[in-house]
Ligand binder design. Structure first.
Ligand SMILES: Nc1ncnc2c1ncn2[C@@H]1O[C@H](COP(=O)(O)OP(=O)(O)OP(=O)(O)O)[C@@H](O)[C@H]1O
Ligand SMILES: [Mg+2]
Length: 500
């Protein structure tokens, strides 16, 4: 274990005493240490109990603290904001998610992303009523997965997590206000409270991440090469993580894929057809998958980290138009596949009424179903073509023509014996076979390809683990409702693929 260090200012003795009183622990019993933080590296000093910034951890946070200790090997402490951020640090608020505010912090050493989440705690009844606060249970799997995947290329760099309490520093409030102003200019508003109006005892989880650039939703697409670099970059990342960690993302929409524009690599020119060259790797774009809130993975100690999506079935009932409709339907497809083992889609009514207890063989979101990665790659291809079409309809037609066979193998109607993909590895094998990406491009420094580490699972294995193919509906108790709407749904979606 590396020596414990602390950076920046220390929490005052009085604040420590207040916190100790609040959570009913004697101050002198606290033997916690402070974790390292990459934002303020200049004031490093040896940690001692005297200079440690220590606040007792409330009981409702123990599951999170325990998971952190298991994975990282040192305690997750409640720190003071000053321990992690200067009052006047260079901070910009870049996004608001349902339960998180996301800030970019610029330092001399580069930029970091802070995902700030207020946590619901029984010890603080006010937090239980706050609709922007998160359940600790939902956060645990996300940070464990971030930590497990951080070294896998294409996955976000996870620097550390911090529990933080005390007065919010002025730089955060300033960034919040600036963001609200920008939202208002566009007729919007913030659903998060003004930070410094929250009680001083509020506890936040701050996740510190590498800066992955801009989300795909905000990046304009102008060339075919950009489309293929995003699509193939995501495929390589997913295929690799299937092999190394039995990973499924389960929520890969355009706000969960980041693009960092890098120096252009000298492989062909954009929008010039090079029939013999690879389609991947000419833009220099760096692609990163973020947001593992719904994801599933195997951790290095063999445990499975996952979010039990049965806890909130609203995810499977959302309705939308255009590409959003396909996104929401993708969640329904994942659940239909988990329950029935079929590649059809059951509609919102069925999803709401159907429970795992209605299935003879018990199902669980802990199962490894790499087909969900295929469903999201299918969504991604469709979304990229539509995005290119917005600005460049004729280029989009061109990409569509190139993607014809790929699309066929993504279609839920296509049978496995006719080439339907079952894993992201299958998709990558196809891309390598087609010459769109070379074996060298997916090799490690020692020249070995991760694809040789494990054969892609066959459909029989995948479906055998799950329910099984078309017969799987027999798995359902007889009184389960049938809705028979799949065919109409498939037809409607077929139109969305078109660049016409
Ligand atoms: N490492 C990162 N680099 C750049 N931007 C990021 C990073 N992490 C998060 N963001 C930005 O913050 C937004 C919200 O983050 P994230 O998707 O992780 O939160 P979430 O709470 O899981 O979101 P939601 O529930 O809305 O999907 C992202 O869509 C992106 O704009
Ligand atoms: Mg997100």
């Amino acid at each position: 274990m590396p020596p414990l260090r602390t950076y920046g200012s220390k929490r005052s003795a009085s604040a420590r005493a207040t916190a100790a009183a609040m959570f009913g622990q004697a101050e002198e019993d606290l033997a916690y240490a402070v974790g390292s933080l990459s934002l303020q590296p200049e004031e490093e000093e040896e940690l001692t109990l005297e200079n440690a910034s220590i606040i007792p951890v409330p009981a409702s946070l123990l599951p999170l603290v325990t998971a952190y200790k298991t994975d990282i090997g040192r305690p997750l402490l409640v720190q003071d904001w000053n321990d992690i951020l200067d009052d006047h640090a260079d901070v910009t608020k870049i996004a608001e998610a349902s339960y998180a505010e996301v800030y970019r912090v610029n330092t001399a050493a580069g930029s970091s992303i802070l995902k700030v989440m207020r946590i619901r705690m029984e010890e603080q009844p006010e937090s239980m009523r706050c609709y922007t606060a998160s359940d600790v249970k939902a956060i645990i799997s996300e940070i464990r997965i971030m930590n497990a995947l951080t070294t896998v290329p294409g996955f976000v760099t996870y620097k550390d997590a911090h529990l933080v309490q005390g007065m919010i520093p002025p730089c955060i409030t300033k960034a919040y206000r600036k963001h609200v102003k920008a939202l208002k200019r566009d007729g919007g508003w913030s659903h998060f409270p003004v930070p410094h109006t929250l009680p001083e005892e509020t506890i936040y989880l701050v996740i510190e991440l590498g800066d992955a650039g801009d989300v795909l939703d905000e990046v304009g697409l102008d060339t075919k090469e950009q489309v293929w670099d995003v699509f193939i970059g995501v495929t390589i990342a997913l295929a690799r993580a299937e092999v190394t960690n039995e990973f499924e993302h389960r929520d890969l929409h355009e706000n969960n894929i980041c693009v960092k524009l890098g120096p252009k690599r000298p492989v062909g020119d954009d929008n010039h057809d090079d029939a013999n060259g690879p389609k991947y790797g000419s833009t220099g774009w760096e692609i990163t998958l973020i947001d593992y809130g719904l994801s599933r993975t195997q951790l290095p100690n063999g445990e499975i980290a996952f979010n039990n999506l049965e806890d909130d079935l609203r995810l499977f009932g959302s309705q939308g138009f255009g590409i959003a409709r396909v996104q929401y339907e993708t969640y329904r497809r994942m659940r239909t596949y988990l329950i029935l083992g079929t590649r059809t889609v059951k509609q919102a009514g069925w999803q709401k009424d159907f429970r795992f207890r209605d299935v003879k063989t018990p199902r669980s979101w802990s199962e490894f179903l790499p087909y969900t990665n295929v469903l999201w790659l299918r969504y991604l291809l469709l979304m990229l073509i539509r995005k290119l079409k917005d600005k460049h309809p004729s280029l989009a037609k061109n990409v569509e023509a190139e993607a014809k066979e790929l699309k066929r193998q993504f279609e839920p109607m296509t049978k496995v014996e006719n080439g339907a993909f079952s894993t992201a590895q299958d998709v990558l094998v196809w891309l390598v076979g087609a010459g769109w990406v070379t074996e060298e491009q997916i090799s490690g420094e020692d020249g070995t390809s991760f694809l040789t580490m494990g054969e892609p699972e066959t459909e029989a294995e995948v479906e055998g683990d799950n329910a099984s193919g078309d017969n799987a509906e027999e798995n359902v108790e007889e009184d389960a409702e049938e809705d028979g709407e799949e065919d109409g749904e498939e037809d409607a979606e077929e139109d969305l693929y078109s660049a016409d």
